[in-house]
Design a protein around this ligand. Structure first.
Ligand SMILES: Cc1ncc(COP(=O)(O)O)c(C=O)c1O
Length: 366
């Protein structure tokens, strides 16, 4: 294949970084550790089995949009549905960032920057402050000039901390009318936060949501935006027609008719997150960053070796130590209680062995 055929900025672009690793305990993608509950799962699959495979689906998953509108108490005209919220990130950059700017903090969800680069938007990344705090003043200075899309993950990813409601309001208001403010609420259900009121109030604000995390449908691929109906019309132009298949729509429509499982699942994950964080904080040589999500960001010396050590014990977590400001960091998704027990035991063994080795070295030097 001739290299000349590819745009030089695409050639220079790294691919989305993810290495699928096989392990009995999978804590590397912030998924739900539980599949959909029965009998809901079977009901959804029965509806999939009855889908008309020879017909095109609704152009923009209209049936799914109606279920979401009911669930979120939002006008259906302001709901934009795609096959995963990452598809919406691309559509939003096309609709509002191309030839303009894309603003985010660094580190943040890597797709914001990757899509900005892919689509030749001018990328502006503001480093997080000490303790991964939001650099409010620097973001406001950026918003005071130019125009484009501001991606604000709230809660933040991959650091996992909350963004205060006050800061979300301030940034959204500062962005309007020249900036589209995208509040990415992928982990909102675990934080008990909901910024739809900002979107109702501030023109040009969008709430981005996903069925991949709290809804336990990462394998289905379904994401959506809540925004002003006037803005939604334009976002839909950047989403290819018919991309949510009849199979996805049949499944998600059934599940969203009966979403009661979500709340109890979220409560269990939050309780487990607190339990795991507490247990890890008692271990030597590990710094556990506060999290309001379904994952924990931890810092250790020798993150690569610890990642490999956990893998050898059948546990896969995600390395984040390549990201700016995240040296030594690993990201650990919260799993089932048994998976979390296995993680705590493995970390206790790995970190305990290290601390014993350090003590031995210190004694021999004494
Ligand atoms: C902050 C954030 N936003 C968006 C997404 C994309 O979610 P999906 O494409 O599965 O809807 C993710 C996935 O991990 C994420 O962490």
């Amino acid at each position: 294949m001739s290299r000349m055929a590819i745009r030089p900025d695409v050639e220079a672009l790294p691919a989305y970084r993810f290495q699928a690793l096989d392990a009995a305990v999978k804590l590397d993608q912030n998924e739900s550790p539980w599949d959909l509950p029965e009998p809901l799962r079977s009901r959804a699959l029965e509806r999939v089995a009855r889908a008309e495979l020879h017909r095109y689906p609704a152009m923009h998953a209209d049936g799914v949009a109606e279920r979401i509108a009911e669930l979120e108490d939002w006008p259906v005209e302001g709901v934009v549905v795609t096959n995963g919220s990452n598809v919406l990130i691309q559509a939003i950059v096309i609709a509002a960032g191309l030839g303009r700017r894309v603003l985010s903090v660094a580190p943040s969800f890597s797709l914001y920057a990757l899509q900005a680069r892919l689509l030749s938007a001018e990328l502006r990344e503001v480093p997080l402050g000490a303790g991964f705090t939001l650099p409010l003043e620097a973001l406001l200075a950026e918003l005071a000039q130019g125009e484009g899309v501001h991606f604000l993950a709230a809660p933040m990813a991959p650091t996992g901390n909350a963004v205060s409601a006050e800061d979300v309001w301030t940034l959204a208001r500062a962005g309007t009318p020249r900036w589209l403010t995208v509040i990415d609420e992928a982990y909102g259900p675990f934080a008990g936060s909901d910024f739809s009121n900002v979107v109702r109030d501030v023109p040009g604000a969008v709430s981005l949501r996903t069925c991949s995390k709290a809804f336990a449908m990462g394998g289905v691929r379904l994401g959506y935006a809540l925004t002003d109906p006037g803005l939604a019309v334009h976002l839909r132009k950047a989403v290819l027609p018919f991309t949510v298949s009849a199979l996805q729509a049949a499944l998600v429509e059934t599940v969203l008719e009966d979403p009661a499982y979500v709340r109890s699942r979220v409560e269990r994950i939050v309780a487990e997150r607190e339990r795991v964080a507490l247990a890890l904080r008692t271990l030597p040589g590990i710094d556990v960053h506060p999290s309001v999500t379904n994952f924990l960001l931890v810092r250790v010396a020798g993150a690569a070796a610890l990642h490999a050590g956990l893998l050898a014990r059948g546990i896969v977590v995600r390395r984040q130590d390549h990201l700016p400001g995240l040296h030594g960091c690993l990201r650990i998704s919260i799993g089932t209680p048994a998976e979390n027990d296995a993680l705590v035991a493995a970390l206790t063994a790995e970190l305990g062995a290290r601390s014993a080795a350090t003590e031995r070295t210190e004694e021999s030097h004494a």
